[in-house]
Design a protein around this ligand. Structure first.
Ligand code: MLT
Length: 269
């Protein structure tokens, strides 16, 4: 079912399915909860699945009250409060992709008591270089001036493996459609929030919940090398590479990603 919950003065849209231990799926930038469609249908059989649209994305409101910058800490605080609004007092399995991973680090720092395990897909722990920050600010200005359409074209080659681009045109088009539909103000505020995100590489050593690290073998944005380092730094983390997938591994190779998540969750029982 789809629900709207009021969180910090905004309407947050969330899909909730199934029963069992709570499993929260947090989308990347600039997508919405539908990027997890294969995981939602799979894990609704074993878990209570929560897949929200972050503020300003999908059917969650942002608009006037969104703010110029949305920090990763603010997204994490929204999720913490959202779980409270839904009366979920049990710690959750938190699965985030890319920007959802940046948010996961902040959720661990600020809301540790609500966390049972972490699953981070295709993400980074490092902060942006000065060059990367500058590029984000330029993209934010361009989106505000020209609209979201160009980003759908600019991002697509970096999001998917060459094979996905060739054989899954419907998946590619779906993501492009999501990007085109995302309001420029939401894109700009998140870009600025990501540019300002803190360096987390050292903090990884403190992570004391079971952790699974997943990366597409052909991820050009958040590389397997960088994710291997994340897995090596987090105590006892598991590392799974997904052959044939790029940055959007859960959409590109759902069977393999679901298998990795399912094996990890079963190992915790
Ligand atoms: C994402 O998929 O969330 C983005 O690639 C994150 C980023 O731009 O760093």
């Amino acid at each position: 079912m789809l629900l709207i919950k009021r969180v910090h003065g905004r309407d947050i849209n969330i899909r909730i399915e199934g029963t069992g231990e709570p499993l929260l799926f947090v989308h990347g930038f600039p997508f919405d909860h539908t990027m997890w469609k294969h995981q939602i249908s799979c894990f609704a059989k074993t878990n209570q699945v929560f897949a929200p649209d972050l503020r300003g994305f999908g059917a969650s409101t942002g608009g006037e009250g969104l703010g110029d910058v949305v920090a990763m800490e603010e997204f994490a605080a929204d999720l913490s409060s959202l779980l409270g609004e839904l009366s979920i007092h049990e710690p959750v399995h938190f699965c985030g992709l890319s920007m959802g991973g940046y948010i996961a680090w902040q959720f661990f720092r600020q809301h540790r008591s609500q966390l049972k395990s972490l699953i981070v897909c295709d993400t980074k722990a490092s902060a942006d270089s000065d060059e990367a920050k500058q590029a984000r600010l330029e993209t934010a200005a361009k989106v505000l001036a020209e609209g979201s359409g160009f980003l759908a074209v600019a991002m697509v080659e970096k999001l998917f493996s060459p094979r996905t681009l060739a054989v899954q045109p419907a998946t590619v088009e779906e993501i492009q459609q999501t990007i085109r539909a995302t309001p420029p103000a939401s894109i700009a505020a998140s870009l600025k929030g990501m540019a300002a995100r803190p360096e987390m590489s050292e903090m990884l050593r403190e992570i004391d919940v079971p952790t699974l690290v997943i990366v597409g073998e052909e991820d050009a944005l958040t590389t397997p090398q960088e994710m291997q380092l994340i897995a090596d730094t987090i105590p006892n983390a598991r590392f799974v590479q997904i052959a044939g997938a790029g940055h959007m591994s859960p959409l590109e190779k759902p069977v393999e990603v679901n298998q990795a998540i399912g094996d990890f969750l079963s190992s915790l029982d």
